[in-house]
Design a protein around this ligand. Structure first.
Ligand SMILES: Cc1cc2nc3c(=O)[nH]c(=O)nc-3n(C[C@H](O)[C@H](O)[C@H](O)COP(=O)(O)O)c2cc1C
Length: 263
């Protein structure tokens, strides 16, 4: 069983590589939206968590999901974490281990893989050529991680923590809470009211009002799914995303079908 969170598809790309045949996958976005937190994993060989790093820490929707999770475990569970990140994970693995420990769920192994960075308020999406290079490397890394998961290895295998990981998480992760204010979202006239943004928001922070998105919660996860996936590129976050190229991993186009194939 793999629990995953993705906004722009990188983490689902990872799930595709890690998933064994017929393994159940659970979208944290869907479950959180539907307030579904009870899962029976008693017959699962392994339980994986896959999600992106935000501000060197855990996305809010993932944290809230874990805090509410009621997971029935098998007798000898093998539980692992695979993070996707644009460059450096900091101490996200350690934070997640603590979040699981608070639910008396052990974490045996943690891995991370570098993917194209989606935080466009600050950075720009890599060129198409660079994206291909990053994804090729990520593919190879994920195949390796998948072998290690099959062998049920134990330990911390995250190599891309960046310099001084505990300090950087301590300093930057608190800024996540301050940054994820929905008042910074803007909608341009090119919005045609399709409602995709409202339907994919993991926090249900967007409602369609008079055929236009309105942010109905003060804070969200800042996953930027609405910004990246808007078909009209009508949504911006502050001024930093204006006129910047959006990012979408192809894997996302296969998510719906993969979820419908769940046993
Ligand atoms: C709000 C936000 C914060 C991010 N913070 C970090 C970070 O601290 N370190 C990092 O390496 N990448 C960071 N990223 C990049 C993502 O972790 C990375 O692109 C990830 O693969 C996106 O996954 P997804 O496509 O499954 O949503 C951030 C992205 C977002 C949207």
């Amino acid at each position: 069983m793999i629990f995953y969170f993705t906004a722009t598809g990188n983490s689902f790309f990872a799930v595709e590589k890690l998933r064994s045949k017929n393994e159940t996958i659970v979208s944290i976005t869907q479950s959180h939206r539907n307030s579904n937190y009870a899962f029976d994993a008693t017959h699962e060989q392994s339980i994986g968590f896959v999600f992106p790093v935000y501000f060197f820490g855990i996305p809010n929707a993932v944290l809230e999901f874990i805090q509410r999770l009621e997971l029935k475990l098998p007798q000898n569970p093998y539980i692992y974490l695979v993070l996707t990140c644009g460059g450096a994970a900091g101490q996200t693995g350690r934070l997640f281990e603590q979040a699981l420990a608070a639910k008396e769920i052990p974490l045996f192994a943690q891995f991370a893989v570098k993917m194209p960075d989606t935080y466009i308020p600050l950075f720009t999406v890599p060129t198409a050529e660079k994206q291909q290079q990053i994804l090729k490397r990520a593919n190879a890394d994920l195949l390796d991680i998948q072998k290690q998961i099959c062998r049920q290895v134990k330990g911390d295998y995250i190599r891309c923590k960046g310099p001084l990981p505990s300090l950087i998480t301590k300093l930057i992760y608190p800024r996540y809470n301050k940054s994820r204010n929905t008042k910074n979202f803007r909608v341009s006239d090119s919005c045609d009211g399709c409602g995709l943004c409202a339907s994919i928001c993991p926090e249900k922070a967007i409602a369609l009002q008079e055929k236009h998105p309105a942010w109905v919660k003060a804070q969200c996860s800042l996953c930027l799914a609405c910004v990246h996936r808007c078909p009209k590129q009508a949504i911006d976050f502050g001024s930093g995303t204006r006129n910047k190229i959006r990012y979408l991993n192809d894997a996302l186009s296969r998510e719906k079908q993969a979820l419908s194939g769940n046993q």
